[in-house]
Design a protein around this ligand. Structure first.
Ligand SMILES: [Zn+2]
Length: 359
């Protein structure tokens, strides 16, 4: 804190000095002092801007490929009012959300282990572990995690006034201790569901001199979404406010809870299953989006088809179509195919194709 205050003071002094020098130059009107004053002023401007210029570039804090085996579920809320808006002027955030949520498909993936990694070189300041992994499903669950919203995680000092906080790691997975130096990309622990979570993910909040920074726009950005972008990422990360989480087949209607648990990932089902449902779990659907589902029997015949219009925006969404098995004309064994399309106006946002074998 003392260091921060000193920095604040020196920045203020620099700004003051700058004003005085410029005033002096205007007052004297003499050529030589003006040139000198300008040179000094430029140097001071460079010094004042130095912390931003020297800020580290951050890597994604999770060992996965975005759009393939992980996704960004929530961005930073850039609206100070109770309305929430992300930097792309979309709704894939919620009121007061101060970080980026990197999600993984389900708890089976979480159990296999997806590493949380240091976004930059740094020194570990604080660590917590021992909070149980539990997706919040109701208000009692929420009350139980009061005071440990971040769950298991750590705060890392990334230098030059930058800090990052990593949250919701798997219980018992944290491998760093306070005081440790970490390299960029070093494993910190595993993605989990500890603290305030409704799905497996790592939440990361970046702070510069104690203030939250949206990594997609940088520390100097104005509030709201129509702002200049100076991302702090080391590589461009695409803004994908609508995307696929997972899709598959189920012998009964799936629910969001079961899907987050990792159920219904099988690609082989018994031919005598009571029903065959093709389901798609996605994020960031908006009112007016159209979903088209099709299910094909092994002989190519369309068994079920449906186009639905989304009635309200949803940050997480699960839909399905299917058919009940029928003793008079039971399911044919073989490879069943399914197709899904999510459309917004003329644009196809998602296209999904899946196969399952009935036998
Ligand atoms: Zn979050």
């Amino acid at each position: 804190m003392i260091i921060l205050s000193k920095k604040h003071i020196s920045a203020t002094l620099l700004a003051l000095g700058l004003t005085i020098l410029l005033s002096c130059a205007r007052d004297t009107g003499a050529k030589t002092p003006l040139v000198e004053a300008n040179t000094i002023a430029q140097r001071l401007v460079q010094q004042a801007a130095a912390p931003s210029v020297n800020s580290p570039k951050f890597g994604q804090p999770i060992d996965c490929t975005l759009g393939k085996d992980c996704f960004i579920f929530h961005y930073v809320d850039r609206d100070p009012s109770p309305t929430a808006v992300d930097f792309g002027c979309g709704r894939q955030t919620y009121n007061g959300h101060d970080g980026i949520d990197f999600g993984i498909p389900d708890e089976k993936t979480m159990a296999k282990g997806v590493a949380v990694t240091a976004s930059a070189v740094g020194k570990v300041l604080r660590v917590r572990d021992g909070v149980v992994d539990r997706r919040l499903q109701n208000d009692t669950d929420k009350a139980n995690i009061a005071g440990t919203e971040c769950g298991n995680g750590m705060v890392i000092d990334h230098g030059n006034g930058w800090e990052a906080q990593y949250c919701h790691l798997r219980q018992g997975s944290v491998v760093v201790k306070p005081g440790m130096q970490v390299e960029k990309g070093a494993k910190l622990g595993m993605v989990g569901t500890s603290g305030m979570t409704s799905f497996p993910h790592v939440h990361v909040t970046f702070r510069y001199q104690g203030k939250v920074v949206d990594p997609f726009v940088g520390p100097d950005a104005k509030q709201g979404c129509n702002t200049a972008r100076n991302p702090i990422w080391d590589k461009p990360i695409d803004y994908i406010p609508t995307g696929l989480i997972r899709a598959g087949f189920a012998p009964k209607p799936p629910d969001m809870n079961a899907v987050w648990q990792g159920q219904f990932s099988e690609t082989q089902l018994p031919a005598n299953s009571p029903a065959l449902l093709f389901w798609v779990q996605s994020y960031g659907v908006l009112k007016g989006d159209r979903e088209q589902y099709q299910l094909f029997a092994p002989n190519g015949q369309i068994i079920a088809t449906q186009t639905k219009e989304i009635q309200a925006p949803n940050r997480a969404w699960l839909g399905y179509i299917g058919k009940r098995n029928n003793t008079n004309s039971p399911f044919s064994p073989g490879v069943w195919r399914a197709e899904y399309r999510l459309m917004r106006g003329d644009r196809v946002l998602l296209e999904v194709k899946r196969e399952a074998e009935l036998r």
